[in-house]
Design a binder for this molecule. Structure first.
Ligand code: GLU
Length: 446
């Protein structure tokens, strides 16, 4: 690695010990930056790299709450306000037992560049808690969200920091969080959170946006090779909000999605996943993927444990979680005829897996480009809130489509400009980084 990047990487490792996912996210961005530093020596002169890797603010707090049996429970809450060069900190909240500072920092770091790529005026941040929502009652979820917001409220605001959902945080949780914010502040400040219900300040298309956007981005990648979604055989991992809407959009464009998964295993449905049934089981009943196989019947197979990437497909959309697709999975997928991969989740492919896809000439859409439709539509929600307006589904989807095509074209053009045609990792990293770095330079040493 280049000495300028290497010395900053060492500082990052030393300052953030044990935060492996954060180290991985930094290394992934740095891997694209040598030509940028050559072209823009002013970035290194102003220590942009060191500054961009150090969050502007990191908040860690206790979240006490009482469970249904009267027992006091303690979780740890986080909000990392990473970079506000382009706008208020923006990014989701993740409630999952695996959450610790390193996960929130990796997500917050990615968010800076993702948000820059959308072309919207939003900075980067992320938060969450090591809380496991699984098996918890509605009452427990509400009390947890209220306690979480009782600390978080003092740090956020429509011009300061605007959280939203991520894994374990959907419409229900945003409702409880918003209610508590409103109660504490005595303000109906719609723009303080996104992902709200459509009848009280939310945006149409926001629930669908991440999954739809991932498919729209993939469609643009396929277009560069004169291909379409029609007739593709698709594997989707995950069964949450991103996966469900990625499946729906892929099938609307004529593909057959044959898999989805959760932490217990995966299903193979050769007739194409029945999205309505999946949505009923996962979002309404909050059940398991094995229920899907049971209720759908026929030849649907449930595989306990195992990897969804064992199924042969032409398009892979990892929509579950970080590092869920490794080099062995990538090698296997390439061998069986894979054409395109797009990351619906954040950093689901290991860096070695991404290298294998690139070496094999497989189209590869990194998460910070491919899944940016979610946060971009959050920014559209902020626009609607600011103007006290509510747009139609059609208009909002049109805006999302334009944004995804714009991200694709920006990544492709940047990759061309830097001599790596077709490399969306290089295109996304450089295009996002330069935009943020230019703004940081203009705003002085802060
Ligand atoms: N959590 C989503 C992401 O990873 C969306 C964040 C938002 O809407 O602010 O981009």
């Amino acid at each position: 690695m280049d000495t300028r990047l290497e010395s900053v990487r060492e500082i990052v490792l030393e300052r953030n010990p044990g935060e492996n996912e954060f180290h991985q996210a930094v290394a992934e961005v740095f891997s694209s930056l040598v030509p940028v530093l050559d072209k823009h020596p002013e970035f290194a002169d102003a220590s942009i790299l060191e500054r961009i890797c150090e969050p502007e603010r990191q908040i860690i707090f206790r979240v006490p709450w009482v469970d249904d049996s009267g027992q006091v429970q303690i979780n740890r809450g986080f909000r990392v306000e990473f970079n506000s060069a382009l706008g208020p900190y923006k990014g989701g909240l993740r409630f999952h037992p695996s959450v610790y500072l390193g996960i929130i920092k990796f997500l917050g770091f990615e968010q800076i560049f993702k948000n820059a790529l959308t072309g919207m005026p939003i900075g980067g941040g992320k938060g969450g808690a090591d809380f496991d929502p699984r098996g918890r009652s509605d009452g427990e979820i509400m009390r947890f969200c209220q306690s979480f917001m009782t600390e978080l409220y003092r740090h956020i605001g429509e011009y300061t920091d605007v959280p939203a959902g991520d894994i374990g945080v959907g419409g229900r949780e945003i409702g409880y969080l918003f209610g508590q914010y409103k109660r504490i502040t005595n303000r109906y400040e719609s723009g303080v959170l996104t992902g709200k219900g459509v009848t009280w300040g939310g945006s149409l298309v926001r629930p669908e946006a991440t999954g739809y956007g991932t498919v729209l981005f993939t469609q643009e990648m396929l277009r560069t090779r004169n291909q379409t979604f029609d007739g593709q055989r698709v594997a989707v991992s995950g069964a949450g909000n991103v996966a469900i809407h990625a499946i729906a959009k892929s099938q609307a464009l004529g593909a057959s999605v044959v898999t989805c998964s959760d932490s217990s295993g995966y299903v193979v449905d050769e007739d194409g996943i029945d999205v309505e049934l999946l949505q009923q089981i996962k979002e309404v009943e909050r059940g398991r993927i094995s229920d899907y196989a049971e209720r759908r019947g026929g030849s649907v197979k449930f595989v306990e444990g195992g990897s969804v990437w064992d199924v042969d497909v032409t398009v892979a959309l990892p929509c579950a979680t970080q590092n869920e697709l490794d080099e062995a999975d990538a090698a296997k997928l390439v061998k069986s005829g894979l054409v395109a991969v797009a990351e619906g989740a954040n950093m689901p492919c290991t860096s070695k897996a991404a290298d294998i896809f690139h070496d094999a000439g497989v189209l590869f859409g990194p998460g910070k480009a491919a899944n940016a439709g979610g946060v971009a539509t959050s920014a559209l929600e902020m626009q609607q809130n600011a103007s006290r307006d509510a747009w139609t589904f059609e208009y909002t989807e049109e805006r999302l489509t334009d944004i995804m095509v714009g991200i694709h074209d920006r990544c492709a053009a940047t990759a061309d400009e830097y001599g790596k045609p077709g490399n969306y990792v290089v295109g996304a990293n450089i295009s996002g980084f330069v935009k943020v770095a230019d703004a940081m330079l203009a705003q002085g040493v802060i």
